[in-house]
Each structure stands twice: as structure tokens, then as C-alpha cells.
Design a protein. Structure first.
Lengths: 504, 333
């Protein structure tokens, strides 16, 4: 087609977001961000965790309300105050957590928002089933529309969501990390369906941090970092390196005090050929006393699974784990703790804290036996020990009786770390130690981890945050698809090398 | 057009063998129908007067009260909430019914009074559970106590007799359509059909299932989640009121003890019918079968001269086994 300048100057935009800002207590999640989607094109939205991708699409979906900025569809300014507004304006967001009713059939889910009714107000079931089948034909995907949705694999549930978008004549389809739970084969099918959508003139916003996928499917890429718009460029102008650079950008701050000396030679934790049924394949590594071993991986790489397996939380299918030379029986947290290994879970509220209970009870949980005398807990010793940790770790709490839910995230995290130290552990596994913690408290956690290592503990740290990985670790192991793909010493590691290994 | 991508196919091919099981899993109603038939057949052969028109219609008449209230309770369960207040409600709403009739000699005004109190109870249950967000088990359990206590206080722990004796009021609970089908059974059947239609064929019914199935998804789909739950509580109280009116007609008075334990009889039938306590799962048809099974069971066991103590034990075991069976099937699915 010959270039037509008049048309090129004013291409009809499917969606235009300008000057979007959103602030949460203590955090600016989005700061003056803009985004333009063209009909029939795939636009990728990239950025590290916490860059603001999710916030932006939640604003589009009507889950969050923006603080400022304008959203235009087809040139007209609109407000999205509620999830149903988004759909009425032709915007369909397919979240990672699939939003379907498991007990409903596929056809029932597709028309969830509004069931077509006949003149008497009865639902027209025959129409629904017929139209559901027609929709799947349009996106070129074959699914049993009478099947119970919950019984379908995630990949097919995604297709149900996409068909649902078409049922509402959506002109803009947003997909949030759609490939994170798909096999490579299924990703291929997803891409076919996405191309079918664009051929129907639908604008697709593809949120991802997977470079290869973005290069394959996207026409344009917008990168966010720390809630700011960094760049919007045609994919052809990008290389792996330029994209990574845009995503990471900043230099690592000196958040990371390092006062510990070199690690000892004593091996505190040894993992050999560890596999699990679900995820991990042939993982082997060692951690020495006084060492911080950092594990990096993208979402779904298997970091949390590894953390849970080595502390005996989850069953394993092969391999062995020894702590201080003693073999750990798999899937047995009790022995694991008595051998001296503990987990600081990434899910602080779900697997770490007893929210309603006071600080002292949360602290002494794992060490109760040490305060027990004739089967009774000696409360004065329990309190004395708790107080000493509160002082040492500078845990800010009005009293030991304070329910722990009233403490800040950073102080909660310190309590959890102290819980394991009270028990006198030799190996501590920390999973995403600074998730949901503000920057000030982060550096305190980093200092604590450094101190643990200097006191002779072995620390195994799972993280998806590049700065803390590079700033804290003595050795870095990179995971992808449940395997260790690469290992670096502190000196060898750079952001680019690590990220490349993680993309695998 | 490019060939369509076929991922679903492979799934469906191998599914033939499991399909029979899948049918039972999704439609546990079929299992219940079979159980009911087996039960009736068993008693027909073992108990002499069981399979007589008189006895069968008698059971239907008794079952209809639990069935009417069961519709409402099942709907509340499907929406993901619980309503255990229907027992005391039966005693409470009978008071305005009888008292107003005694003063005005008007059935219409009496019914209006009963329904008004039932509506008020439903509004309070629904408001506290859906809008204030108090656990509905606690709200309706509290309501159960409050109403029973209120009834004792008002009546001084005696029954209030119907002094007017309107024929129309007497007919409600005691006469039969064409002399065969008791009116309560007719009312239950009509209400059952209406609400089965609503739950299956009206958008509101789908909303109830969606809200109970996954409230967050329902909210994202733009559903008024709280309103839906609120309406379910109101429906439940109104239906329980209707059952109370029929009961009062049969008893000829507002009895302070009526409905004692009725709530659990209803809940037992509802869960036996395959309605999940966690919401989103179950059907009114299943609930109706649950009511019938329990009714025929107690009637038949009674005719076999089995002591009521043993009837209770057997009923309890059947409920637990049936629900455990449901749960296991669900996990396998």
C-alpha cells in the first residue's frame, strides 16, 4: 500500500491513555504514564516487577481508579470507574488469575456479564450455546462449550476469556502475562488466536516480561520502570540488549551494606539432584556457613518450589538434601527445623504470620520447646528472649503484646527472621524477602541478612528483584523452567548476563 | 480461513469412558432419583400400609413444609451464605397471622401481617449478612434465638388459638385439591417449579450461582453481589413464612413450640440434595429430592415400628454418607 501521509498523520487510535498517575499510601505506582493502542496491532507492555504494568491494566479494567490523566477511546474521553464500565467501552482484560466461574459451563461463562433474554425475560439458552460455538469458530479454537469450565486446562480457560471478549464486541483486549502458565505448544496456539484477533481489527495489549515472546508477537513495545514511561518504540528498533536496558535502567543504589567477611569452608546445606513431580528438575547446589546464595528466576522458574522443597514443606520425587551433613527426610518440616533449616516464606500473611496474635507469640513459635519447663511455657524466659530480639533487630513495636497485624511490613519481616534465629538455625531460606516492603525498610532487611551471614548462618535467597540479587549474593544461581541454567560468582554477575540466563 | 486450532478435541476423545461417571458427578440428581425409587420400593415391600394413596399423600403433605422453606434455604446456600433462622421464624410469623385474624376476622390481613414480619426478618438477615458483612451463620443463628425468645415472651409459653375459625384459613393446611393432593403439596410444587425456572432460566438465578461460585469474578462481571445475597435472604424468609402459614392452619393456632428443630430438618434435606455449603453448587430439584427422601425415610421407618431413636441415628448416618460421597466425587472431578 502506498504511504498516505494524511492518513498516517491521524491514525484512528483504539485507545489513548495520557498523563495517567496513581498513588497508593507511601508509593507512587504510576507517574504521568501514556499509552496508545492502534486497532489491529499488538502492543507489548514490559517492565520489571513493580514497574507499574499491573496498576496500569487494573486502571483499564476498572479495578483501580486513576488519580489523574485521561483515557480516550476512538477519540472520545471516557471514565472507567467500575469493572462493568470497561466492558461496556469495549475493553476486556484477561487477568492471570482467570476470572471465570469454575462450576459454570463454557457457554454460561462467556455470557456471564449479560445473558441474552427473550421477550418474557427468560434466558435464551439455545442462542447462548449457538453463539458460544460461533465465537470459538471466529477465534479459530475448538472447545466443548458444554464442558464444566473448571475441568478445562488453563490454556483453554484463557481462550474462554478471549471468546468472552468477542461476545461483548471488545475492541481492545488486554492480556496479563498470558503465557506464564502455558506450555510452549500452548503459547503457539495463543499466538495464532492473537493474530486472529488483530485480523478482526482488535487492538491487543500484551503484558509480559518475556523477551522472546514480545519479539515474536508485538508490533510496538512500551517499557515502564518505577511507575514511569521509559520508551515506546516499534519492535524492529529494539534488540534484546536495548529492551533489557530500558527495563532495568537504573544503577543499583548502595542499599547494600556489606560487613561480613568471606564465607567459611563448612558446607551447611547440600542439595543433590533434587526433583519434584511438578516443577524442579535435577537441582544441585551447596551453601556454606557465612554465605548468601542468591537464586534468580522469572515468574514460574521454580524459585518458590525450590524453597519449599528444601525446607521439607513440599514432597520431592528424587534427590537428597543434607543439612550440616545430616540427611533430611523429604516432606518433613519438623525434622527440617530440628536439623536447623527454616523458611521465610514469600507469602508473609498466608504462611508466616499469625496476624491476630501478639508479637511475642509470633516470635517464639518455632522455639517453644526451649522455653518449656515440665511441659509448661516459662513466659518470663519467653518474653526476655523476645525482648532481646526486638532490641537487636530494632523491631518497631509499641509492646510485645501488640497484635502483629499492626506492624509495618518491614517489621513483620524482621519478626519472622528473628523467629528462626531464636531457634538457632544454621540455614535460612528467604523467599522474596522484601516483597511489599518500602525502600527504607528494605535496606534494614538487607543489613539483617548480611548480619545473619556474618554470624555464620548460610542464607539461601530467592528473589526476582535484580538489585537485591546483585547487591546481597556471594554466588548467584539462575533458574528457568525448574532447572538451574547458570551460575555466577558475585564478580562475574551483571544484570544483562543474569537476565539472559533467566530468559533461557 | 485458516484451519481451526484443535486443542479441545484430544480432551474429548478419551472422555467417552469417563462420561457416565461425569454425568453422575454433575447431575447427582440422578443418583438421588434412584435412591428415592429404591427407598419407596423397599418400604412398599416391607411395610404393609406404606404404598397406599392415603399414606403417600400424607407424606407429601408433611414433606411440603420442609420443601417450601427448603427452596429458600437452598437459594441462600447457593449464594454462598447460610440461613438457619427458619425454625423460629415459623413460630414467630404465626403470631401476627392468628392475632390479626382474631381481631379483624380477615384472612387477607392476617396473611399480610405474617408476610410483613417474614419480610422484616429477611431484610434484617440480609442487611446484616450481605451489607454489614457479618457471617451469616452467626446472624441467622442469633435471629433463631431472638425470635424463639420473642415468641416465648409474647405468648407466655402457650399457644394462641385461632378463635375465628375461618373456613378459608382451615382449608389451606387441611384440605386437598380434588380431595387427593393436600393444598400444602400443591403450593410446594408450584413454588418449586417457579423457583426452578427462576434459578435456571432467569438472569437472577444465574447471578445467584455466580455470586456463590466466585464472588470476586461476579463482582468483576459487574454483578451487584451484595444485593443478590440480600434478595436471597428475603426470599428465604418469605418462603419460610408461607410454610409457617400452612403449619398454623394445620395446627389451628400459633404454637410457641412450632418449628423447633425445623431449621436443621431443612438444612439436612438441602445438603442431602447436593447443595454445597460453600456456595455455587446445587439445584432445587436435588433439594426437593432430599426432602422427599428424608420424609419417606422417617415415614417408612416409623411404619416398620423402628424406635424414633434409631430413626434419628439412621437419618444422621445417611446425611453424612451422602455428603461425603458428594465431596469425594467433586474432588475426583
Amino acid at each position: 500500500m502506498p504511504a498516505d501521509l494524511a492518513v498516517a498523520e491521524a491514525p484512528a487510535l483504539a485507545l489513548e491513555m495520557t498523563g495517567i498517575s496513581k498513588r497508593f499510601p507511601g508509593v507512587v505506582a504510576l507517574n504521568d504514564v501514556h499509552l496508545r493502542l492502534e486497532p489491529g496491532k499488538v502492543h507489548a507492555l514490559m517492565g520489571e516487577n513493580g514497574a507499574g504494568k499491573s496498576t496500569l491494566i487494573k486502571i483499564l479494567a476498572g479495578v483501580y481508579e486513576k488519580d489523574s490523566g485521561t483515557i480516550r477511546i476512538g477519540g472520545r474521553e471516557i471514565e472507567i470507574l467500575h469493572p462493568s464500565d470497561a466492558l461496556k467501552r469495549g475493553i476486556k482484560v484477561v487477568f492471570q488469575e482467570i476470572a471465570l466461574i469454575a462450576e459454570f459451563t463454557v457457554a454460561e461463562n462467556i455470557f456471564l456479564e449479560e445473558y441474552p433474554v427473550g421477550r418474557g425475560g427468560s434466558i435464551r439458552w439455545r442462542t447462548i450455546r449457538k453463539e458460544a460455538r460461533a465465537l470459538f469458530e471466529r477465534i479459530g479454537f475448538d472447545v466443548d462449550t458444554d464442558a464444566r469450565t473448571g475441568a478445562l486446562p488453563v490454556s483453554q480457560q484463557q481462550m474462554v476469556e478471549i471468546a468472552r471478549a468477542l461476545a461483548h464486541e471488545a475492541r481492545i483486549v488486554v492480556m496479563d502475562e498470558p503465557s506464564s502458565s502455558l506450555t510452549p505448544n500452548e503459547v503457539g496456539l495463543l499466538f495464532k488466536v492473537i493474530r486472529r484477533l488483530t485480523s478482526l481489527g482488535i487492538a491487543v495489549l500484551y503484558v509480559s516480561h518475556k523477551l522472546d515472546e514480545v519479539f515474536e508477537i508485538a508490533d510496538t513495545v512500551t517499557v515502564l520502570r518505577d511507575g514511569r514511561h521509559i520508551s515506546t518504540r516499534p519492535i524492529a528498533e529494539h534488540t534484546n540488549d536495548t529492551l533489557i536496558q530500558d527495563m532495568i535502567g537504573r544503577r543499583i543504589e548502595t542499599l547494600f551494606p556489606r560487613e561480613r567477611g568471606p564465607a567459611s569452608d563448612r558446607i551447611a546445606l547440600s542439595v543433590k539432584n533434587l526433583s519434584t513431580a511438578a516443577k524442579l528438575k535435577d537441582i544441585s547446589f551447596e551453601a556454606r556457613a557465612g554465605e548468601v546464595v542468591g537464586f534468580f528466576g522469572l515468574m514460574g522458574a521454580g524459585r518458590t518450589e525450590l524453597a519449599k522443597a528444601i525446607v521439607g514443606f513440599d514432597p520431592i520425587s528424587g534427590g537428597e538434601i543434607s543439612i550440616g551433613g545430616k540427611r533430611l527426610h523429604p516432606h518433613d518440616t519438623r525434622t527440617a527445623v530440628s536439623l536447623g533449616i527454616g523458611l521465610l516464606s514469600e507469602d508473609r500473611k498466608g504462611e508466616g504470620l499469625m496476624l491476630e496474635l501478639p508479637v511475642v507469640t509470633n516470635l517464639s513459635l518455632a522455639a517453644l520447646e526451649e522455653f518449656a519447663r515440665l511441659g509448661l511455657i516459662d513466659e518470663s524466659r519467653e518474653r526476655a528472649a523476645a525482648q532481646s530480639f526486638v532490641d537487636r533487630f530494632r523491631i518497631r513495636t509499641p509492646s510485645l503484646e501488640q497484635p502483629i497485624k499492626n506492624l509495618s511490613g518491614g517489621n513483620q519481616q524482621k519478626v519472622l527472621l528473628a523467629r528462626w534465629l531464636m531457634r538457632g538455625l544454621s540455614v535460612i531460606v528467604v523467599d522474596e524477602p522484601t516483597r511489599g516492603i518500602d525502600v527504607g525498610a528494605k535496606s534494614e532487611i538487607f543489613a539483617l541478612i548480611d548480619r545473619l551471614a556474618s554470624e555464620g548462618h548460610a542464607v539461601v535467597m530467592m528473589t526476582s528483584e535484580m538489585p537485591e540479587l546483585l547487591g546481597l549474593s556471594d554466588r548467584i544461581l539462575v533458574m528457568a523452567g525448574g532447572r538451574i541454567t547458570e551460575s555466577f560468582t558475585r564478580e562475574q554477575a551483571t544484570q544483562e548476563k543474569v537476565l539472559n540466563a533467566a530468559i533461557g | 480461513m485458516p484451519p481451526s486450532v484443535s486443542l479441545g478435541r484430544s480432551n474429548r476423545l478419551g472422555a467417552g469412558a469417563v462420561d457416565a461417571f461425569a454425568v453422575l458427578t454433575r447431575r447427582s440428581d440422578i443418583t438421588l432419583v434412584v435412591a428415592l425409587i429404591v427407598l419407596i420400593a423397599f418400604f412398599a415391600f416391607t411395610a404393609e400400609y406404606f404404598f397406599t394413596l392415603r399414606n403417600l399423600t400424607n407424606v407429601l403433605g408433611q414433606a411440603s413444609l420442609a420443601m417450601i422453606a427448603g427452596i429458600g434455604v437452598a437459594i441462600v446456600f447457593i449464594s454462598g451464605e447460610v440461613d438457619v433462622s427458619v425454625g423460629s421464624l415459623q413460630a414467630a410469623v404465626a403470631i401476627p397471622l392468628i392475632v390479626i385474624m382474631n381481631h379483624t376476622e380477615s384472612l387477607t390481613l392476617g396473611l399480610a401481617g405474617a408476610l410483613a414480619l417474614g419480610l422484616a426478618i429477611g431484610v434484617v438477615n440480609g442487611y446484616l449478612s450481605a451489607y454489614v458483612g457479618i457471617n451469616s451463620l452467626i446472624v441467622t443463628l442469633g435471629m433463631l434465638f431472638v425470635l424463639r425468645g420473642g415468641v416465648y415472651l409474647y405468648t407466655g409459653k402457650t399457644a394462641i388459638p385461632d378463635d375465628v375459625g375461618l373456613d378459608s384459613f382451615f382449608a389451606l393446611g387441611n384440605e386437598s385439591l380434588f380431595g387427593v393432593v393436600p393444598y400444602p403439596a400443591v403450593v410446594a410444587f408450584v413454588l418449586l417449579l417457579v423457583f426452578m425456572y427462576v434459578m435456571r432460566h432467569r438472569p437472577f438465578g444465574r447471578m445467584v450461582y455466580a455470586v456463590g461460585g466466585n464472588a470476586e469474578v461476579a463482582r468483576l462481571a459487574g454483578y451487584p453481589v451484595r444485593w443478590v445475597k440480600f434478595v436471597c435472604f428475603v426470599i428465604s424468609s418469605l418462603l419460610a413464612t408461607i410454610s409457617a402459614i400452612l403449619l398454623a392452619s394445620r395446627l389451628g393456632s400459633a404454637v410457641h413450640l412450632s418449628g423447633l428443630g425445623f431449621e436443621f430438618q431443612v438444612v439436612a434435606a438441602v445438603v442431602l440434595g447436593g447443595v454445597s455449603l460453600s456456595g455455587g453448587i446445587g439445584s432445587l430439584f436435588g433439594m426437593a429430592l432430599g426432602v422427599l427422601i428424608l420424609s419417606f425415610l422417617s415415614n417408612g421407618l416409623g411404619m416398620l415400628d423402628l424406635a424414633t431413636e434409631w430413626q434419628l441415628v439412621i437419618t444422621g448416618i445417611i446425611i453424612i454418607v451422602a455428603v461425603a460421597f458428594d465431596e469425594l466425587k467433586r474432588r475426583r472431578a
